[in-house]
Design a protein around this ligand. Structure first.
Ligand code: HEC
Length: 145
């Protein structure tokens, strides 16, 4: 009996799929791993979902291929930068001043994937491209009367 229990625990410890909050409460070490391997969904739930789940103020809705089609076409660097800087009802950084660009960009990519896009978690080259677009966007906004 004891042997069976230890076998099943071992098998459980080796599972590779990411645990979800409803399945178990990970200890601190596992939580750290979960954070490091975050695919944007965590930030999405904490910051973006409030508007993007239901489409508050015209926010492109999560999972809505039609709503995201134009944005997917526009491209990851441009769209991420425009959201980051803020546009109409979209507050800069999703209204979370202490949010890192990497986390914002991951949440954006996660939403894009939910709507049928194939945007990956941004690597350093993509983050640099987003920064370039950010500079361009700010200059554009400042040039407006
Ligand atoms: C207070 C509501 C609100 C929150 C919170 C919010 N958004 Fe938005 N978001 C909007 C609205 C509204 C738009 C549509 C703006 C428009 O085009 O008029 C938008 C648009 C966007 C766009 C498209 C930008 C473009 O180029 O048109 C991106 C990307 C985006 N949001 C990402 C995010 C991410 C990532 C988060 C969380 C970190 C987030 N948003 C949180 C309201 C919100």
């Amino acid at each position: 009996m004891t042997g069976l229990i230890s076998i099943s625990l071992t098998a459980c410890g080796q599972q590779t799929s990411a645990p979800t909050a409803s399945q178990e409460t990970p200890d601190a070490a596992q939580r750290q791993i979960a954070m490091e391997s975050d695919d944007g969904e965590r930030t999405y739930k904490q910051v973006c979902m409030a508007c993007h789940a239901s489409g508050v103020a015209g926010a492109p809705k999560t999972g809505d291929a039609e709503g995201w089609a134009k944005l997917l076409e526009e491209g990851q660097a441009t769209v991420t930068a425009h959201g980051w800087v803020g546009v109409r009802g979209m507050p800069a950084k999703g209204g979370r001043a202490d949010l890192a660009l990497r986390d914002f960009a991951r949440a954006t990519a996660w939403m894009a994937r939910s709507a049928g896009g194939d945007w990956p978690n941004p690597d350093d080259a993509m983050l640099a491209a987003i920064r370039d677009e950010e500079v361009k966007r700010i200059a554009e906004l400042q040039a407006r009367p």
